[in-house]
Design a protein around this ligand. Structure first.
Ligand SMILES: [Zn+2]
Length: 251
């Protein structure tokens, strides 16, 4: 089929997104995918199978239909394509999907506890993060993917128990930042553990945070920031966070 400039643009943006996901701790061997819907069709571009996020180039994506049939691109269709097909089928507002296995979210998903608006990150998900537990295995069949898409409902993301996360957005940018936020929110919850009497942001603040901290202007600055971070990581010029341990400082 004839490819359009929009196809190259989607793959280029997702290739950048893969580098961000890698640098921000979402790589898990060669598991996980990012996809983007082609225009307003049933077709979507998805990262080719069996590649690490760090080694994805603009031409490492395949165009597939709702049945997972490859229509264009090089490489194999990843086996978890049903997740993407079923979420796009139920969510006409979704233009991009991220599925990764970040360690904080995987660990927190095993607790069965909900993500709360403890941090700004948690406030982004104040409408709820479903915990999908119909299986903890890789989702490679349509029936299981349908269950996940149904449970996701109109949420921005879901935890997959003992497995990972799915986040969605109107754009690649929004789906990726949602993935970073969900992992951060899970890590904050893990730090709290079973601490009693935890108080989250009040409803008015949650609303304000979602309008300002997670408004469209701010989300663009986050994307630009993470692009710069991944470029610095690639060139070896990214600052390291935190102070050296005392023993290291003495040496
Ligand atoms: Zn997976």
């Amino acid at each position: 089929m004839e490819l359009l400039p929009v196809d190259r643009q989607l793959c280029s943006t997702m290739s950048q997104a893969c580098k961000i996901l890698y640098v921000e701790g979402h790589n898990d061997f060669n598991h996980g995918q990012i996809s983007a819907r082609r225009l307003r069709s049933d077709l979507y571009w998805i990262r080719a199978a069996a590649r690490g996020f760090d080694e994805i180039a603009d031409d490492d994506f395949v165009l597939v239909d709702r049945q997972g049939t490859k229509l264009a691109g090089k490489g194999a269709v990843p086996p978890e394509w049903p997740i993407h097909s079923e979420v796009y089928r139920l969510r006409s507002d979704v233009g991009s999907i991220v599925h990764t296995h970040p360690p904080g979210a995987v660990a927190f998903s095993a607790t069965g506890r909900p993500i709360r608006p403890v941090s700004h990150d948690g406030a982004f998900f104040a409408t709820g993060v479903p915990i999908f537990s119909a299986t903890t295995n890789t989702i490679i069949d349509t029936e299981t993917a349908k269950l996940l898409a149904t449970q996701l409902g109109d949420a921005k993301g879901a935890l997959l128990k003992n497995h990972g996360i799915v986040t969605v957005g109107g754009t690649v940018r929004d789906a990726v930042i949602a993935a970073l936020l969900l992992e951060r929110a899970a890590q904050v919850e893990l730090q709290l553990g079973s601490t009693p009497n935890v108080s989250g942001s009040p409803e008015k603040d949650i609303q304000d945070k979602n309008e300002f901290i997670f408004g469209s202007v701010a989300m663009k600055t986050y994307w630009d920031y993470f692009c710069r971070r991944s470029e610095r990581a690639a060139s070896g010029t990214q600052l390291r966070t935190g102070s050296p341990a005392p023993t290291e400082a003495i040496r």
